[in-house]
Design a protein around this ligand. Sequence first.
Ligand code: VGL
Ligand code: ZN
Length: 210
Amino acid sequence: MPITPARDDVFMVVDLQYDFLPGGNLAVAGGDEIIPLVNRLGRLFDNVILTQDWHPADHVSFASNHPGATPFEMITLPYGPQVLWPDHCIQGSRGAELHDGLELPQAQLVLRKGYQETVDSYSGFQEADRRTRTGLEGYLRERQLRRLFLAGLATDFCVAWTALDARAAGFETYVVADATRPIDTHGSLAKAWADMEAAGVRRIAAADLA
Ligand code: VGL
Ligand code: ZN
């Protein structure tokens, strides 16, 4: 039985920005392949929201801001472990723009995250300090949206953290696996799927939606 999106369901498209696509500063392999699928899925939903990674140039997650560090190294920050990344999604830069090929004209919210210099934010719901809220939960509740369907980049970071926080907030949460692509560093992909499964996130394929 296909899953048919209802009026109170929402399709959430995570970080489909140039820096995460081939040619970008933190390119996710095959990231561009999901765009046609995301566009097709988007047409099934009345409600679409987008997230946009949005960092200041001096962001704590950039290896370039830690003398001697190299990208993909792990460090410990006051709020816990942090992967250091190449500079990416700098506010106002081309790499931070949403991909032009996205055809989601009905999208209702673009939620920017990771804008605080000292805290990363993979999740659309809360920052990596695990306490600063973005307002997304309140937005979804005020609009009485019920089930979340997630696609975008990257499976094991922004998609997974958003899905886990959606579950923690009590939303029925689906990840459309083939409409995502992973970074996979330090075992992040296997851990992300294990954590999502344990939290009750449902893993589906685009073909399950109609
Ligand atoms: C992401 C690493 C750093 C993501 C964002 O969108 O998954 N990954 N910033
Ligand atoms: Zn980022």
